[in-house]
Design a protein around this ligand. Sequence first.
Ligand code: GUN
Length: 281
Amino acid sequence: MILSGTKLATILSHELSQNIQSLKNKPKLVAVLVWNNTASLRYIKQKKKASETVGIKFELLHLQDDISEQWLLSEIEKLNNDTSVSWYIVQLPLPNHINSQHILENISPLKDVDGFHPVNQWKVLIWDTSWLVPCTPKGVMKLLSHHNISLQGKKVTILGRSNIVWKPLAALCINAGATLTSCNSHTEDIFSYTRHADIVISAIWKAYFLKAEHVSPNAVLIDVGFSVVDGVIYGDIDFEWCLKQWNTLTPVPWWVGPLTVAMLLENTYLAHQRQLWEKTI
Ligand code: GUN
């Protein structure tokens, strides 16, 4: 069975556009783009198109990639203080001369619809998912729950170590009652962990790293990878091999990418609703 992130993103976007249609004041999302790499440009294009499809106004603040960290921080401060900007994101990765964590810490947690600010990450750690949950982990959990796949009591192995995907995802899996194993590039005999897992979630961005012999035939496989080799997009999982063994999986390109964007729009809508509600009390 294929768990299609693309299909679920379409369903969720349709629901969201109906909710947004009924709003008098439409939400606006600002995206800050500093580094023009292929993946970021692709993401920004998807975010713009998806926002406009559901009725969210989208504005791009495109800055020079040689901008200093100090200058970028002053732009962030302007966005934090600009009452016409309710929600914004800073597209990652940033150029190497900029400390990304420093930038994320300076985004107002109230405007941070990516859910990357330490306050928002902390809320996920303490099981408070009522506010702005980071988008890719939120999308993975939505995909599993949409297909009635419970994590309770399951052996879940996650490959990765990033702050924006792996850490919040690990917290969400633990909160959902999973028995979690975390693997990274230093893990010895990594496949001994993936082979025994009920659910494998891979976010290491290594083309076709996992093959059918590395996972149980009954395992659910979620691919969060995205690698471009000679112009071809690959996930972390060699899905043609795995499909032959009847695994349940999200093959790239029907992957979780569009769900990340759908969750960003959902966060923007939720934050907008909350702001409207707060204004009435
Ligand atoms: N780069 C890769 N994924 C993301 C994301 O979800 N948000 C932002 N801001 N940058 C990213």
